[in-house]
Design a protein around this ligand. Structure first.
Ligand code: PLP
Length: 428
């Protein structure tokens, strides 16, 4: 069968990167549960260690099951290559380790996942990487924060948990004129809802733990090299453009071209820092991705129905879902997430902090936990959990004030999801 057309998104979600196993005919991607790989001979080993040939050495650096996952997500995002690692936070750490030198700065949206705010504020400081915060709702605040030490701009496409839709294109233009890569955390949207590469992203980050894996079983993260940034011309990123001591003086961006960033992140950062993903987790995440669009459609339909129902409820002060006609993010959502505004959103309880605590203790179908992007509906009161480490000011800026409840709507029957909230509200 010959086909002229490029495979569509749903076909890529099932097939990209995979083929029946040549050794056994196994149709599912095998779990290559091995730490290391036998060399053909001494010359082959030398060529692998010199990066003169592609192949497997040791699972801290690469693994065939993980390679399928990397190729699959890179195909869905339209990037040149991916690097799967142990978690979303590991993907962020490996990315910045590849870009930054001590004393460098990067600009990040203040409206981020709480864990990313902690990582950037606290842990990155130990490497002397300084985060400068800007406002996702005001692209010009990124421009104002650029200095000659700026090495990257970091945003979330849909921001967790504030219901923010970021103007990726506007901020991408600022990154471009500053001569730095735009990094987009696309976890909440997934490539099914949003394709950051079409709006100026140079590097895409995912927590695979969430909607991509989709079942709440496995931690994982990935970085995608979009192949769009010219590291050699820039000359401001020595890891990519300078001769590399541990590989006989090759320059990563010269030898590996438009996937040089992904290779450098793998053979330098991941090799030395070590946060590799397990082959078993890669297998589970890969299996989840096969149904990504089916699940995302259902997640979005259910989320819209729940948000519309909440809007009319007398115990609710406000609902922040970009799928609602009245949302301040409606126009941005139509542009960046035309198929739906995702399934994670927040609402405000008139009863404040105490009502939030009571609500999460009264639900039955919803699970009270610190995760999102499961087939199961999830609920959390950020002020008493995920965002409790932050100051009141940071909480408010992150959209996680005392009255805020965050939902991650699952794929159950929507009447049951709404019914559960109804019985829990009756107890407030
Ligand atoms: C969960 C999450 C992360 C961190 O991912 P882990 O897999 O938990 O390390 C980063 N960004 C966003 C938007 C997230 O939701």
């Amino acid at each position: 069968m010959t086909q002229d057309r490029e495979p569509g998104f749903d076909t890529l979600a099932v097939h990209a990167g995979a083929a029946p196993d040549p050794a056994t005919g196994a149709r599912a991607t095998p779990i290559y549960q091995t730490a290391a790989y036998v060399f053909d001979n001494v010359d082959h080993a030398a060529a692998l260690f010199n990066l003169e040939t592609f192949g497997n050495i040791y699972t801290r650096i690469m693994n065939p099951t993980e390679a399928v996952l990397e190729e699959r997500v890179a195909a869905l995002e339209g990037g040149t290559a991916g690097l799967a690692v142990a978690s979303g936070h590991a993907a962020q750490y490996v990315t910045f380790h590849t870009l930054m030198s001590p004393g460098d700065e990067f600009i990040a949206a203040r409206q981020l996942y709480g864990g990313s705010i902690n990582q950037f504020n606290q842990s990155f400081k130990k490497s002397d990487w300084r985060v400068v915060w800007a406002d996702a709702d005001d692209p010009s605040s990124f421009e104002a924060a650029v200095t000659d030490k700026t090495k990257a701009i970091f945003i979330e496409s849909l921001a967790n948990p504030g219901g923010v839709v970021t103007d990726i294109e506007a901020i991408g233009k600022i990154a471009k004129s500053a001569g730095v890569p735009l990094i987009v955390d696309n976890t909440l949207a997934t490539p099914y809802l949003c394709r950051p590469i079409e709006h100026g992203a140079d590097i895409i980050i995912h927590s695979l733990t969430k909607f991509l894996g989709g079942h709440g079983t496995s931690l994982g993260g990935i970085l995608i090299d979009c192949g769009t940034f010219d590291w050699l011309a820039s000359g401001r990123f020595p890891t990519l453009s300078e001769p590399c001591e541990s590989y006989h003086g090759i320059r990563m961006a010269e030898t590996f071209g438009d996937f040089g960033f992904a290779i450098a992140a793998r053979v330098l950062a991941l090799r030395d820092l070590g946060p590799c993903i397990s082959p078993f987790n890669a297998f589970l995440l890969l299996t989840g991705i096969e149904t990504l669009s089916l699940r995302m459609r259902r997640h979005c339909d259910n989320a819209l129905a729940v948000a519309q129902w909440l809007e009319g409820h007398d115990k609710i002060a406000w609902v922040n879902y970009a799928g609602l006609e009245g949302s301040r993010y409606r126009e941005l959502a139509k542009k960046y997430c035309p198929k739906g505004a995702g399934a994670v959103f927040t609402f405000g309880l008139k009863g404040g902090f105490d009502a939030g605590v009571k609500l999460v203790e009264s639900v039955q179908i919803f699970s009270h936990l610190a995760n999102i992007g499961d087939t199961k509906s999830l609920i959390i009161h950020p002020a008493s959990t995920t965002h409790r480490q932050l100051t009141d000011e940071q909480r408010a800026a992150a959209g996680a004030g005392d009255d805020v409840v965050r939902l991650s709507i699952g794929i159950e029957d929507k009447d049951d999801i709404i019914g559960d909230l109804e019985q829990a509200f009756a107890q407030l």
